[in-house]
Design a protein around this ligand. Structure first.
Ligand code: BG6
Length: 477
């Protein structure tokens, strides 16, 4: 009997769903918005799946009321969205665009009117192109002041209305793509520049968290980290070492910097040896320690399994963006680690391992190392969905994915994790940055493909399923 009570989700659990500005809004140049780096990058030949871009996306900008009404019908308790920096500052800094702020007024007021807690992400990759052109974006420390000014503008506007804030979304994933793989703008492949830009992003993150304390008393802020927990391929000591290397280089490099204000020891020593370590100026680490988060946002999709990688071995490789299963190559850093398929796990058509236990492990590792509350800011399944002849979308595979991962959240809470909420990725279908419109995540199907469409909203089976989970407070899981 007592166990049953212990298993319940807390009554104030934030049952949520998420999105990001570029992936849903469209209206890319409406009402004074300036171009972001993605508005420019997606138009270069060969950069995205079939040249897809977010000019229209799913037209959320013009359909806010309709979309929030669907959220309310579903019973959502929280909605995570991001603000487009170039909508607020078309040139990245300088003159503020009042019309841009007014759009987010509408969205936030409408959420609140429906009893939905807004979770505001300050930065989900859509850097103003003006700042990229002016000083190279994240590669120049000038961005720290400009980002702070933009964030403080939002703090002042929304402090009374928004309690939960996300600083940087997936700095690790975004900058790895931007400066190592060359797959996100500015499409650089240079490890030294990668670690340098990444260090500056840490400073910017800490600076805006520091400023948050003054402007949003009672609010909570933290970064959203793309956490793919590392597994060893076997108990061979060489695989165990590869796993330790991978966890330290691909995860703790960010998490320790955010939460402890320092870089992990072995990775830093290695990078000093190779000459790729970031330049740490006096005051930098102090700033990191003054700007640690209130909670960690966790974006969890899959675990990665690692094995030994000799010098001269496998280098970093791009992932499958076509949905042709089995086309993602092994990727790694020679001398440190490389990925290998996990024979115990099924994968999606984009080769992402489906691993709910990995989510429990992720939450436990983070909670026990950092002692902070956690929020799942993203978790979901990208798949091909079919609008069937009956006018419905029967996404039972998505229901199975979400169900098993919510069970894992429940188990993690039994393990002592303080979990504030769960934002499924995504509410409506979205533009997947590199994978186009065919990789769908939503509870709500949007009738469009790479060519366009009616943009009509259609509730998937998963919509009704999540609606009943929320209504029961998780008891139907
Ligand atoms: C995260 C991002 O990387 O995962 C989202 O924060 C993204 O913006 C999501 O859409 C799923 O990734 P993808 O590449 O399948 O769209």
């Amino acid at each position: 009997m007592h166990h049953h009570k212990f298993n319940d989700f807390p009554t104030d659990f934030l049952w949520g769903a998420a999105s990001a500005a570029y992936q849903v809004e469209g209206a890319w140049d409406a009402d004074g918005k300036g171009p972001s780096v993605w508005d420019i990058f997606t138009k270069l030949p060969g950069k995205t799946f079939e040249g897809s871009n977010g000019d229209v996306a799913v037209d959320h900008y013009h359909r806010v009321e309709e979309d929030v009404a669907l959220m309310a019908e579903m019973g959502l308790k929280a909605y995570r969205f991001s603000v487009s920096w170039p909508r607020i500052f078309p040139n990245g800094r300088g003159e503020v665009n009042e019309a841009g702020l007014a759009f987010y007024d509408r969205l936030i007021d409408s959420l609140i009117a429906h009893g939905i807690e807004p979770v505001l992400t300050l930065y989900h990759w859509d850097l103003p192109q003006a700042l990229q052109d002016e000083y190279g974006g994240w590669e120049d420390r000038r961005i720290i002041d400009d980002f702070e000014h933009y964030c403080v503008t939002l703090y002042q506007r929304f402090a009374g209305k928004v309690k939960y804030w996300v600083s940087l979304n997936e700095q690790n994933y975004n900058l790895t793509n931007a400066y190592q793989l060359g797959t996100h703008p500015p499409a650089v492949q240079d490890r030294k520049r990668f670690f340098a830009a990444n260090h500056i992003a840490f400073l910017a993150n800490a600076r805006v968290i520091k400023a948050f304390r003054q402007h949003v008393p009672g609010g909570l802020i933290g970064p959203s980290f793309a956490y793919s927990p590392a597994y060893p391929a076997s108990c061979a000591p060489s695989d165990m070492l590869a796993f330790e290397n991978a966890e330290e280089f691909t995860n703790l490099w960010w998490l320790d910097a955010y939460c402890f204000g320092r870089y992990p020891q072995a990775a830093l020593a290695y990078l000093r040896e190779t000459g790729e370590a970031p330049e740490i100026l006096p005051g930098d680490l102090e700033l990191l320690r003054e700007g640690t988060p209130d909670y960690i946002g966790v974006n969890y999709y899959y675990t990665l399994t690692f094995t030994d990688n000799p010098l001269g071995g496998q280098t970093m490789q791009r992932i499958n963006t076509t949905g042709q299963k089995g086309t993602t190559p092994s990727s790694g850093v020679p001398g440190l680690y490389k990925t290998t398929p996990n024979p115990h796990l099924e994968t999606s058509n984009w080769d992402w391992a489906i691993d709910p236990t990995g989510m429990r492990i992720a939450l436990r590792r983070l909670s026990s190392r950092y002692g902070l509350p956690l929020m799942i800011t993203e978790n979901g399944l990208g798949e091909f969905d079919k609008l069937t002849a009956d006018g419905q979308v029967h996404d039972d595979y998505r229901i199975a994915y979400l169900h098993s991962h919510l069970k894992a959240c429940q188990e993690a809470m039994q393990d002592g994790v303080e979990l504030l909420g769960y934002c499924a990725w995504s509410f409506t279908d979205i533009l997947s940055w590199l994978n186009g419109y065919q990789k769908r995540y939503g509870f709500v199907y949007v009738d469009r493909d790479e060519q366009g469409g009616t943009l009509r909203r259609i509730k998937k089976d998963s919509f009704h399923w999540y609606q009943s989970v929320i209504a029961s407070g998780g008891k139907t899981l």
